[in-house]
Design a protein around this ligand. Sequence first.
Ligand code: BEZ
Length: 233
Amino acid sequence: MDQKAKELASQGIVRIGDVAPDFTTDSSEGKIQWHQFIEGGWAILMSHPRDFTPVCTTEISAAAKLAPEWEKRKTKVAVVSVDSAEEHKRWVADINKYGGHPVNFPILDDKDKKISLLYGMLNQDHLADTGLPLTVRSVYFIGPDKKVKLILTYPAAVGRNFDEIIRCLDALQLSANKLIATPANWKQGDEVCIQPQVTDEQAATMFTNIRPVFPSCKLRMTSDPAATTNIVA
Ligand code: BEZ
């Protein structure tokens, strides 16, 4: 088996509901022990193909611009690619000049592909000059219990939509420990769906402003509970 096949075959699989695999690595901000870093709050782990590439630069700058939004949502961000901590540091200096939004989260060293292999971030079609697989654009949303709540994966040629990433985080934080779910195209402040296993009698004791919409599909809306509840654990 050649090295490319070996790397692809030895990748782990992380699914929603799994505890986010732990690791220790160097980063643009020094040594990181992952579970210690994310302890007690929400976290986002994002991979990208390579440092000093155009789309990746726009993405990391977009994430840096959102610093107040991550803070508001008590969410730590970390970024990873198969580059070294030294390369990450040089790239961060350029990203800061490009966008004017200082990168205030760590970019993790994964030159040995330890993290990419653990999470299964490597792609069979997206290869370095060496012919070996690179990371694609994955986003792992991790809850305060260290479990993976949502995963997004985009190919190298498609930059991520950070409005969607924030929207997913809001939906996750809103629905954590509540018997609600967010409908198509939901955004903060909109009504939410009452989960189908809740009977109408139970719903009447749990929710306000219930709006029955389509009984055969148990489609019942209620006010966004974030309006009255502290949603962040
Ligand atoms: C980019 O970040 O621009 C990029 C990286 C790898 C492949 C294609 C685009």
